[in-house]
Design a protein around this ligand. Structure first.
Ligand SMILES: [Zn+2]
Length: 387
């Protein structure tokens, strides 16, 4: 072939290739365009990401249950051939407890185990297997500042805290040392940081050992204010689990209300109350800076050997934390508080089981449906008023 002809052939092939590529390219563009057309207006609205403002939102559902108060009748019922098993006691509520993203329980009794000598009322020491059952049931963190924290002295606290660290169940409210007390407990879910704090009104008259204030957080406005501010600096939301109020009273007293307003104004967003052994209502509190905070005054007993007069009724409270991020900053909104009441069923101080209150008729509770309705009204009425 002559040089000239070879050039013509080469140019011809190149032209063919570019035409073919052009057709292919056009088809690709067309099909992409066609795919784009498929996006409906509805699909577009559903997006949280706005091109103009780059605003998006995340949410986390957090929850809490009341006192885990292990009387001797309860641990005797959990005894097995080689230890203790409390897991069956939670099996009927496990579906409920594992639903929220983060669940707190108030571990009222020391988990010092058999080495410290097990005991019930009035100075409790419980099997360590209680902690295993809480983890199994979906509990993510326990508050440990309460009137029974010093029941077995420093030894009990150290033993309990070591066990919880060993099994990986975060605790807050009583601590191993001063450094441990200073370390904030912040749990993160979907990019939302939640700080957990815990305080108690007292320790049943047992004095805190000299120079060892870290063993238990006692309600003290200056200390609370300092820690709330420290938590607020690094977390999106501050949660306070607090031990307060009068036993067996179904409504909060003026001291609880005063403390609730104080901690909310200092920066607490969510208050989970414990101690009265019975349920006290939920309500919204408006903070001075405009935030809407959530308070449940008492979550009652979740698992205990106490019976009758509402002492065997507890429950799980849950609510959503919604974080919106915009180019100018982020905002936090609390929404959708819910309450799931529960009942501790037993027969002759055996076969302890936490069951949904609505279904408690099957487990021997008379008038379960009307009790369920009464409890739901009791817990939610003040919430509706402020909404
Ligand atoms: Zn208590």
């Amino acid at each position: 072939m002559k040089k000239k002809n070879r050039w013509i052939l080469t140019i011809g092939i190149l032209v063919l290739i570019s035409v073919a590529t052009g057709i292919f390219y056009r088809q690709t563009v067309q099909s992409t365009t066609q795919e784009n057309v498929v996006l409906s207006k509805e699909d577009h609205i559903k997006r949280d990401l706005s091109v103009a403002g780059k605003t998006y939102q995340e949410s986390v559902n957090i929850a809490a249950i009341g006192d885990i108060l292990i009387h001797d009748t309860v641990f005797l019922d959990a005894a097995t051939a080689d230890g203790f098993d409390f897991k069956p006691m939670f099996s009927h509520v496990k579906d409920t407890l594992t639903k929220p993203d983060i669940l707190l329980a108030n571990q009222e009794t020391i988990l010092g185990g058999v080495e410290l000598g097990l005991s019930g009322y009035p100075t409790f020491n419980s099997p360590r297997e209680v902690g295993d059952a809480l983890i199994d049931a979906g509990v993510d963190i326990v508050s440990t500042a309460n009137n029974h924290t010093l029941d077995k002295g420093e030894k009990g606290i150290q033993s309990s805290m070591s066990y919880l660290s060993e099994v990986g169940l975060p605790y807050v409210g009583s601590f191993k040392n001063a450094e441990d007390q200073q370390r904030l407990r912040i749990l993160n879910h979907n990019g939302i940081n939640i700080a957990y704090l815990s305080y108690t009104y007292g320790t049943n008259g047992i004095p805190v050992p000299e120079g060892k204030d870290f063993l238990v957080n006692l309600i003290d406005k200056a200390a609370m204010k300092e820690e709330i501010h420290r938590a607020k600096d690094v977390a999106d939301v501050v949660v306070m689990s607090i031990h307060w109020g009068n036993e067996y009273q179904r409504f909060p007293d003026s001291i609880q209300e005063e403390i609730a307003h104080f901690i909310v104004n200092e920066g607490v967003d969510i208050v989970f109350g414990h101690h009265p052994h019975v349920l006290q209502p939920m309500e919204w509190i408006q903070a001075d800076d405009g935030r809407k905070a959530f308070v449940v005054y008492s979550l009652g007993n979740f698992l205990s050997g106490q019976m009758w007069d509402f002492k065997d009724i507890g429950g799980m409270v849950s609510l959503d934390i919604i974080k919106k991020i915009t180019p100018t900053g982020s905002t936090i909104e609390l929404a959708n508080p819910e309450f799931n009441p529960t009942y501790v069923s037993s027969s002759g101080q055996r076969n302890y089981q936490v069951v949904p209150l609505e279904q408690a008729g099957k487990y021997g509770l008379e008038h379960a449906q009307s009790k369920y309705e009464e409890i739901m009204g009791h817990m939610t009425e003040p919430l509706k008023k402020a909404d």
